[in-house]
Design a protein around this ligand. Structure first.
Ligand SMILES: *[C@@H]1O[C@H](CO)[C@@H](O)[C@H](O)[C@H]1NC(C)=O
Ligand SMILES: *[C@@H]1O[C@H](CO)[C@@H](O)[C@H](O)[C@H]1NC(C)=O
Length: 345
């Protein structure tokens, strides 16, 4: 669930883990403060992690325009189904207020919950967007849709390509958090989360009461068009006890030396333990090995960082609670990817 919570709900949470937390789930002090100890700025001009948009802009993803500028896309907010922001340098961002990236709905979806968009530029120059929305067939489930920009601006408008969703495993809880990946040989994939906690049995994000429901991360090969599936989706990750109720928000990059790094979030998005972690593999379909520690976790300056998108360049956008924990703002940073090791610069 990604609806904004009121201050009243979040106000009761604190950075100090509560007594009911399992010790297994706690971040070590070293993990939570690791990036704040790193050097104050880097070649990209960041002071470590920078607040990039001081407004409601959850689950950010981004694409680079051919002229070098950057466009970010966020979950519904500020009056838009899909929000867009612009940056000339990836560091200084502005919300494109009044720009609706998805003015038209497809036949399968409802008006509710346009979450976690992702955009990429296809080989033919077209910009393609993945997003999730509530399905008409079951208004308790989300599915993944795809839309193509009408024209050559990354800001859209994006027009749905089909009356059917790209992925929609309703019986397993639906699907959210789609992201694209293009391998070195040009093969395209879409990753997403099977939203198992939406059919959970209650508790933390609806999935802390037995029996716990899987929330697998899937990878689906697609044709060069980005929307025609090739073969079946393959499961590459799932939650375990250390992840709390779920894993979600997959973002895949390949390092220069051929390692695949799968970034993801764990725990409930409202929880102080929501974070960004990563797993590595030597082939795109895995097996992926979880690194255990958080890359980004709550600390003095961040609350519940997650929903990250990482590109091979090391640029990363993610959200964290802000403005008295009333909304999730967008943060920007740069990570150093060295083989299977990632650090926030
Ligand atoms: C890139 O192109 C977009 C769309 O035409 C334009 O709005 C933007 O100002 C350009 N940015 C740069 C850095 O040239
Ligand atoms: C929790 O799961 C049940 C199905 O087991 C579903 O009916 C309910 O809507 C879910 N609640 C939330 C908040 O997702």
């Amino acid at each position: 669930m990604r609806l904004s919570l009121s201050l009243a709900i979040l106000g009761g949470l604190s950075l100090i883990p509560t007594a009911c937390s399992s010790p297994l789930l706690l971040q070590t002090p070293e993990t939570t403060s690791s990036y704040t100890k790193k050097r104050a700025s880097n070649d990209y001009g960041f002071d470590s992690v920078a607040l990039a948009l001081n407004t409601d802009f959850p689950d950010p993803a981004f694409v680079q325009h051919t002229n070098g500028s950057w466009y970010a896309f966020g979950t519904n907010g500020n009056g838009e189904r899909i929000q867009v922001a612009y940056s000339a340098d990836f560091k200084s961002w502005s919300l494109l207020s009044g720009v609706e990236a998805l003015p038209t709905l497809s036949g399968w979806e409802t008006e509710v919950d346009h979450w976690a968009p992702d955009v990429f530029r296809r080989n033919d120059g077209k910009y393609v967007m993945y997003y999730s929305a509530i399905a008409q067939e079951n208004t308790n489930r989300h599915c993944i849709g795809v839309a193509i920009a009408d024209g050559d601006s990354p800001a859209g408008p994006y027009i749905p390509t089909s009356d059917s969703p790209l992925a929609c495993p309703l019986d397993q809880g639906g699907a959210i958090d789609a992201s694209n990946f293009q391998d070195e040989d040009g093969t395209r994939y879409v990753l997403y989360k099977v939203d198992g906690n939406s059919v959970g049995h209650g508790g933390d994000c609806n999935n802390s009461q037995e029996p716990l429901v899987p929330t697998p991360i899937m990878i689906q090969q697609v044709k060069e068009d980005g929307l025609t599936p090739v073969g079946d989706a393959i499961q590459i990750l799932d939650r375990d006890e250390s992840d709390g109720p779920l894993v979600e928000a997959p973002s895949l990059v390949r390092s220069d030396d051929g390692m695949y790094l799968l970034f993801y979030s764990t725990h409930c998005f409202t929880d102080v333990k929501y974070d960004v972690r990563y797993a590595t593999a030597s082939t795109v379909t895995g097996p992926y090995t979880k690194k255990g520690n958080s890359l980004l976790a709550s600390n003095d300056a961040l609350y519940g960082p997650g929903g990250a998108t990482v590109h091979g360049s090391g640029n990363i956008l993610f959200h964290g609670w802000c403005n008295d924990n009333s909304v999730r703002c967008m943060y920007a940073a740069h990570v150093d990817i060295d083989g299977g090791a990632v650090t926030v610069e």
